[in-house]
Design a protein around this ligand. Structure first.
Ligand SMILES: Cc1cc2nc3c(=O)[nH]c(=O)nc-3n(C[C@H](O)[C@H](O)[C@H](O)COP(=O)(O)O)c2cc1C
Length: 197
């Protein structure tokens, strides 16, 4: 289930710092990897940053196509997140990719070629804003968000819902060594007076 997210609100899909899945496609190849290091960097037009290591197979597809998608997985996809982040597409037998290897189904993006993963909480379609120096020196890619989508059960009217249906619907935050936090309880700090010094 997915509905479009207003681009001006799309930063909110990443504002709480979830681990994402970077999907990409170029020249008949498609791929997906995990990325804990991504974040929004601007509101309008919305932009994101993500570290895509030079040794990944994803890197060539992103550089070749000039685009990528950030898919926001839920806890139900934690094992898949670890799986696609634990093996390179280069290690798979010829003719196989991570989608068929790990049973991940996809649907077409609206503005880019990268496939979007079924079952995620949200999706951001991004076009690379070429910054060769930071790409080469820091493996950091800046993308403009050109379309965004969310599962309306989890994110609606520009906000994450306070009451996701269950633990499996919470988004992920990577620790290390195969362990994650899942997103916790939201709370509102606006009613709590700040301490004065
Ligand atoms: C939870 C998790 C988070 C990761 N975060 C990043 C990241 O932010 N940037 C990165 O370059 N690699 C990250 N990795 C490693 C890549 O996902 C991994 O190198 C992957 O195998 C690359 O796949 P590819 O070569 O098929 O593109 C992460 C791995 C895991 C499991």
């Amino acid at each position: 289930m997915r509905e479009p997210v207003e681009l001006a609100k799309s930063y909110r899909l990443l504002n709480h710092g979830p681990t994402v899945l970077v999907s990409s496609a170029h020249a008949g190849q498609r791929n997906v990897m995990a990325a804990a290091w991504s974040m929004p960097v601007d509101f309008d037009p919305p932009k994101v940053a993500v570290v895509i290591d030079r040794n990944t197979a994803t890197r060539a597809l992103v550089e070749g196509s000039g685009s990528f998608a950030l898919n926001v997985p839920t806890r139900a996809l934690a094992a898949a997140t670890l799986a696609v982040g634990g093996i390179s597409a280069r290690e798979l037998p010829a003719g196989r990719d991570k989608f068929d290897t790990f049973g991940l189904t996809t649907f077409a993006a609206s503005r880019i070629d990268a496939p979007l993963l079924d079952g995620c909480a949200a999706w951001l379609e991004c076009r690379v804003l070429g910054e060769p120096r930071i790409q080469q020196q820091y493996d950091l890619f800046i993308g403009e968000v050109v379309a965004a989508w969310a599962d309306p059960r989890l994110f609606a009217d520009g906000h994450w819902r306070d009451d996701p249906a269950g633990a499996e619907d919470r988004t992920l935050h990577y620790i290390a060594g195969g362990r994650f936090f899942s997103t916790g309880e939201p709370f509102d700090a606006t009613a709590t007076p700040a301490r004065t010094i």
